[in-house]
Design a protein around this ligand. Structure first.
Ligand code: HEM
Ligand code: HEM
Length: 201
């Protein structure tokens, strides 16, 4: 995704940790906006999973269920805005080179593919949620403000998009577990360099 990173571009602070980066080589990191967006979205997505799984178990047609559905939809729309900004930023600002991080071309490829799939699921998640609600009975309210209806009432389409929302949720969940295992692997084999690449400093 995006253009490739030129290795001769200036990079910031030297790595302090024993690392996969060769001695004397600067620490290669993501830009600050990329890191801020990464951590903001991680918190938001975990919150969305928690609220989503909680609210579907609540008794239907109660003020509590309406409250949590509206909260979930509103924060879900914020996630949609953030992922759009994040993808645009990522397009213009390629990630730092990761050749020193990976031990084989295979690892490099697996990392690239899994990151692309994470982005795809992060985009599809709110889109399917919004589409499901657009074909449902209740309009989407953004923190109380009713948004224009983009669809019409259709139980078939509503059910289709809700199932798609649910399937992508589990796919995203699996990818996040894989992502965390990859981070743990890099932490174990190369020290804190991996976290420094995505640090907010
Ligand atoms: C909801 C959870 C998360 C999602 C969806 C997510 C998604 C992503 C994506 C898409 C990238 C690739 C960035 C790019 O190249 O443009 C990335 C990188 C990264 N993530 Fe996450 N992340 C999540 C949680 C976490 C957590 C909890 C940690 C730390 C424990 C973490 C640590 C990292 C690190 C260190 C990188 C940089 C990898 C590299 O050096 O290439 N992420 N994440
Ligand atoms: C990144 C953002 C989002 C995440 C991670 C997320 C996650 C989830 C999860 C885990 C569930 C429970 C799935 C199940 O067990 O069936 C759920 C349900 C739901 N979500 Fe989302 N969601 C997001 C965005 C949205 C958006 C933007 C909307 C609508 C505007 C939405 C509407 C719904 C609805 C209506 C349900 C209940 C479905 C049902 O009753 O079967 N979600 N979401």
């Amino acid at each position: 995704m995006g253009r490739s990173h030129s290795i001769s571009e200036p990079m910031d602070a030297a790595c302090s940790a024993p690392s996969a980066v060769a001695p004397g080589e600067p620490c290669e990191r993501y830009t600050r906006p990329a890191a801020v967006l990464h951590w903001l979205m991680a918190v938001l997505l975990i919150g969305q999973f928690a609220v989503g799984l909680y609210m579907v178990e609540l008794p239907k047609r109660t003020p509590e269920v309406a409250y949590f559905y509206n909260l979930h939809k509103s924060f879900g729309l914020i996630a949609l805005m953030l992922i759009t900004v994040r993808l645009a930023w990522r397009w213009r600002n390629p990630p730092p080179p990761s050749r020193a991080l990976h031990r084989s071309a295979m690892q490099e490829k697996a990392s690239r593919i899994s990151h692309r799939l994470l982005y795809l699921c992060m985009l599809l998640m709110p889109l399917f949620g919004f589409a499901g609600s657009s074909f449902g009975k209740y309009p989407v309210k953004f923190f109380g403000y009713a948004l224009p209806r983009l669809g019409w009432e259709s139980p078939v389409l509503q059910s289709f998009f809700r199932q798609a929302h649910s399937v992508v949720a589990w796919l995203l969940c699996a990818l996040i577990v894989l992502h965390l295992l990859a981070v743990a692997y890099h932490l174990a084999t190369s020290g804190r360099t991996i976290l420094q690449r995505m640090s907010l400093k």
